[in-house]
Design a protein around this ligand. Sequence first.
Ligand SMILES: NC(=O)C1=CN([C@@H]2O[C@H](COP(=O)(O)OP(=O)(O)OC[C@H]3O[C@@H](n4cnc5c(N)ncnc54)[C@H](O)[C@@H]3O)[C@@H](O)[C@H]2O)C=CC1
Ligand SMILES: O=C(O)C1=N[C@H](C(=O)O)C[C@H](O)C1
Length: 251
Amino acid sequence: MKIALIGYGKMGKMIEQIALGRGHQIVSIIDIDNQQDFDSEAFASADVAIEFTNPTAAYGNYLMAFAHNVKVVSGSTGWMKDHGDDVRKMCAEGGQTLFWASNFSIGVAIFSAVNRYLAKIMNGFPQYSVTMEETHHVHKLDAPSGTAITLAEEIIDNIDRKDSWVKGTLTAPDGHIEGSADCADNELRIDSVRRGEVPGIHTIAYDSEADCITITHDAHSRKGFALGAVLAAEYTAQHSGLLTISDMFKF
Ligand SMILES: NC(=O)C1=CN([C@@H]2O[C@H](COP(=O)(O)OP(=O)(O)OC[C@H]3O[C@@H](n4cnc5c(N)ncnc54)[C@H](O)[C@@H]3O)[C@@H](O)[C@H]2O)C=CC1
Ligand SMILES: O=C(O)C1=N[C@H](C(=O)O)C[C@H](O)C1
């Protein structure tokens, strides 16, 4: 398969290695300093473009790829609040294809199934209060992480006593804590920690007077995210519309 990379940072480089290892060809690499390459024959020849940039660049990159009739797989986080409706419309009515996931790792897909199941069980046990914490490297631009937001939405969809999530505290790399741990009973608090080079840890805690139940996904490296993105590109070459992890892994 012919793959174009949009964003040649930590994820773009790891995706390149995995894609080559699976026998794919990288036909174009676009980063901030060669945006003119969107207009190249090489870019237009791609079966799928894989986009990992940042919260402000992602949407513009989708528009550029769509304008050249190239399907997109993207893991960029933090853009959904501003552009989610437009993108959904372009895929549902405009014939475009975007596979987006806040987290491409197979482990998080499994973790998410456990998360949904546990939240359902907790409807019978109101004595447990639920909170979430995500920890990432100091370079991360968005908080809470895209994965934390997705996991929070899953909890809200499955547990009757929560109907929205709120940002809680943010622990900065120097240990300084911003924000507040206060929230209303109907709100799910997400705390964020920025520390060192942590690839990504997500913990959901159900606490009661008697005990505490926690589930954690702890990524050892970015390899799992990158492999998932290449698997998604293989899937996207054969499918269209707005796609996500639950389309690819059915459990
Ligand atoms: N969904 C998932 O599984 C994962 C998502 N991410 C997300 O992916 C994004 C990228 O992560 P990293 O690769 O770690 O970041 P990074 O900072 O290492 O790389 C981003 C790259 O995008 C480039 N870039 C910036 N603006 C651009 C533009 N307009 N056009 C093309 N390239 C541009 C930068 O120059 C840089 O090379 C972040 O939003 C992060 O949250 C990261 C890991 C996994
Ligand atoms: O910025 C990162 O690094 C990551 N971003 C994604 C997120 O916001 O959830 C996925 C992963 O946790 C790494």
